[in-house]
Every structure is written in C-alpha cells, then in structure tokens.
Design a protein around this ligand. Structure first.
Ligand SMILES: [Zn+2]
Length: 150
C-alpha cells in the first residue's frame, strides 16, 4: 500500500517521513485514540521519557515504546522521526480532526463508526480506520502535507 507514493518520494527522506508520520498520527486521531497522540506530544514536544509518558497516561511503558517504534519506522529512523514528529503533531492538532469512531453510550466500551456504522472494539479502532476508510485518511494526509513541507 502506498507503493506509488513511496517510490515518488524516495529521493526526499524528509518528505516521505512527513507523509508517513502524518498518516500514522491522522489514523490515531480518526480512530479516537487521542491518548496515543497526547503520548507522542509528551515525548516529542515536551521531551518526557517513555516511562514518564506511561505514568501520565496510565498505560504500560511497552505500549508507549510501541507507538514510538511506529513513528520511528514511519520516519525512516529515529533521528528523522525526532525532527519531523513535532511539526507533524502541531499541524495535525491544528486541523482539529473529528474522530470517525466514537464511543457508544452504554455500549460497554464499544465504538461506533460514524462513516459505515460498524461496531468496533477500541483495540481494533486504528485497524478499522486503515482498512475501511483509507481514502479518508489519505484525503487528510494530502490536505496537510503541503503545509508540512520543510
Ligand atoms: Zn467504518
């Protein structure tokens, strides 16, 4: 997936990293995983350690490290990711995306997709967004990317 974009942007690692990190952050916000993005902001913008982020968000530190690994991978390495992530996070926050998945009242923690009506457990929210609504993700990424070019 995204093979065409990867080929087109290979010559410019920062542009490719912007695109991929933006896609990850947009996906998390559309999935309703605001806490993941807050965790990334704590690490990349406020310079908290992964264990401090884990303490604040009350999640296992391994999960925080997992998010960071995804951003590192998307950023084509930790160094590029660290340079790209703060700008991406600020821009994506500024876009004030409305989550596609919202909690169902009295739904026992289940989420409902505002686009297709599916009932989705929180653990599958990001996968639902990526697999079912990739077009929406990419529309946001394409809209945000020109703003992000270094
Ligand atoms: Zn859906």
């Amino acid at each position: 997936m995204g093979a065409g974009a990867a080929v087109r942007t290979r010559a410019d690692p920062y542009r490719a990293a912007f695109r991929r990190v933006t896609r990850y952050v947009v996906t998390q916000l559309l999935a309703g995983n605001d806490y993941v993005v807050r965790g990334l902001e704590m690490y990349y913008v406020l310079n908290l350690s992964p264990s401090d982020v884990a303490t604040v968000l009350r999640v296992p530190v391994g999960r925080v490290r997992g998010w960071l690994q995804r951003v590192h991978d998307a950023g084509l390495g930790a160094a590029v990711a660290a340079r790209v992530a703060p700008a991406v996070l600020m821009r994506v926050r500024g876009a004030r995306l409305t989550p596609l998945l919202v909690p169902v009242p009295d739904g026992g923690g289940m989420l409902r997709c505002r686009v297709c009506g599916a009932s989705v457990p929180p653990s599958k929210a990001a996968a639902h967004v990526v697999n079912k609504h990739r077009d929406i993700v990419m529309r946001y990424v394409d809209a945000l990317l020109p703003l992000l070019s270094p």
